[in-house]
Design a protein around this ligand. Structure first.
Ligand SMILES: *Cc1c(COP(=O)(O)O)cnc(C)c1O
Length: 437
């Protein structure tokens, strides 16, 4: 399509005049993969349509939240009713209690939860709470894990930033990150060394249990067990950032999977977002009563928000959680995600393309390498040019995956077996372009 008839191009040019880079979140700009970002007009079920009217099968699902697909009738109904009753009051509502009760009933590691508006805000607040609760300053995070863009956590994060090749952002004073230790994911030896050196000063260890910001990398069970043991031994809090994995990989989230493998396992604090808002700005953090009661207005750890627990957002989140807890929901979703992953593996094998893939619940990742990577450095060994060929090949044929090789993908309940089959067939054609010469 020539530029003057490509409405995405026209909109991108216009956007760039008034919004830095033309986007309100960096990875949307296609900077890593090149080309023109698609401007989305509308979505329904497993599809969305761009400004030119081209349809795509959507595997980013707004980067995770749209687990039911777009425009689910029960969610639409709840949101419309809530909007009529009022957008925002700045005073408490019954629906906030209902959503809190719903979340706690699905996550036994938490007695109390506080609602906020974004994952960034939730991670930042959980960090402050961990520091307030322990009276300590140091924290551990892992290379390739993204916990939003709060200063102290913006250290070698895997998402967005990596696109531009910066290990950290400008505007973050070194003093602000001097307490943040960044370790290699799944490296038990490094973990033990860090605790031996700094254990007594550590407020918390924050981790994505299934890391979706370096594509899809699981924390191994022995590694997670060691994280838990060392945190308990040294009195640091184990903080699970389940903003992406929460209510996405299983009804009980990633923590329920580790609890199956490690008897008695639970994190101290949990951070949630994405799915709990169902596409509206909503996130949360929670944990045991004794820790959560340190939050203002009860305790000394301050945190607040004009739109926190917003009535329309809570209606959307609540309707979404009520759908995903219906019997069989995750079994059906997992089967579809697995059939996508199996189909892609078979198509790559047939084309002779080195390929590996993994999935859990409605979240998946694949790599143009023969074995699943265990850490960020290995993920980043992916050949960018080959990934970009794959990305644009899929996009041109109506399959929309994340425009960066270090991002997970998402299947929704609205994806049908026919959508999966179409995707695999499209991928078979594209893999042929990637065949080693
Ligand atoms: C998306 C994400 C965040 C940040 O959430 P926002 O709502 O984008 O601020 C934090 N942690 C993880 C694991 C995420 O995937």
């Amino acid at each position: 399509m020539t530029p003057n008839t490509d409405l995405n191009h026209t909109l991108f040019e216009r956007a760039r005049q008034v919004i830095p880079g033309g986007v309100n979140s960096p990875v949307r700009a296609f900077k890593a993969v090149g080309g023109t970002p698609r401007f989305i007009k509308r979505a329904q079920g497993a599809y969305f349509w761009d400004a030119n009217g081209q349809r795509y099968i959507d595997y980013i699902g707004s980067w995770g939240p749209m687990i039911l697909g777009h425009g689910h009738p029960a969610v639409l109904d709840a949101v419309q009713k809530a909007a009529i009753d009022g957008f925002s009051f700045g005073a408490p509502t019954e629906r906030e209690i209902e959503l809190a009760e719903e979340i706690l009933s699905l996550m036994p590691s938490m007695d109390m939860v506080r609602l906020v508006s974004s994952g960034t805000e939730a991670c930042m607040s959980a960090l402050r709470l961990a520091r307030g609760a322990t009276g300590r300053s140091k924290i551990i995070k892992f290379e390739g894990c993204y916990h939003g863009h709060a200063d102290a956590l913006l250290v070698k994060a895997g998402s967005g930033l990596a696109t531009f090749g910066h290990p950290t952002s400008a505007g973050v004073p070194p003093e602000v990150v001097q307490h943040t230790l960044v370790l290699e994911y799944n490296n038990i030896q490094q973990l033990e060394e860090a605790f031996a050196l700094h254990g007594a000063d550590l407020a918390c260890l924050m981790i994505e249990p299934i890391a979706g910001n370096m594509n899809f990398v699981r924390a191994s069970v022995p590694f997670m067990q060691r994280c838990r043991e060392l945190c308990s031994q040294y009195g640091a809090l184990l903080v699970f950032d389940e903003v992406m994995s929460g209510f996405r990989v299983a009804l009980g989230s990633a923590q329920s999977l580790y609890a199956q493998a490690i008897p008695g396992f639970k994190p101290d604090l949990t951070v949630l977002g994405k799915v709990i808002g169902g596409g509206m700005p909503l996130a949360a953090f929670g944990g045991p009563r004794a820790i959560m009661e340190l939050m203002a207005p009860l305790g000394p750890v301050y945190q607040a928000g004009t739109l926190s627990g917003n009535p329309v957002a809570t209606a959307c989140g609540l309707a979404t959680l009520r759908e995903i807890r219906k019997p069989g929901f995750f079994d059906a979703l997992s089967r579809k995600t697995q059939s996508l992953v199996d189909g892609l593996k078979a198509a790559a094998a047939e084309a002779g393309v080195p390929f590996s893939a993994d999935c859990q619940g409605g979240m998946f990742g694949f790599f143009l390498m023969p074995e699943l990577p265990q850490n960020y450095a290995t993920v980043m060994k992916t050949d960018n040019a080959r990934f970009n060929t794959l990305f644009h090949g899929l996009l041109d044929r109506g399959v929309y995956i994340a425009p960066a090789l270090y991002e997970a993908g998402f299947v929704s309940a609205a994806h049908t077996e026919a959508d999966i089959a179409e995707t695999v067939s499209v991928a078979s054609d594209v893999f042929k372009l990637l065949r080693p010469a």
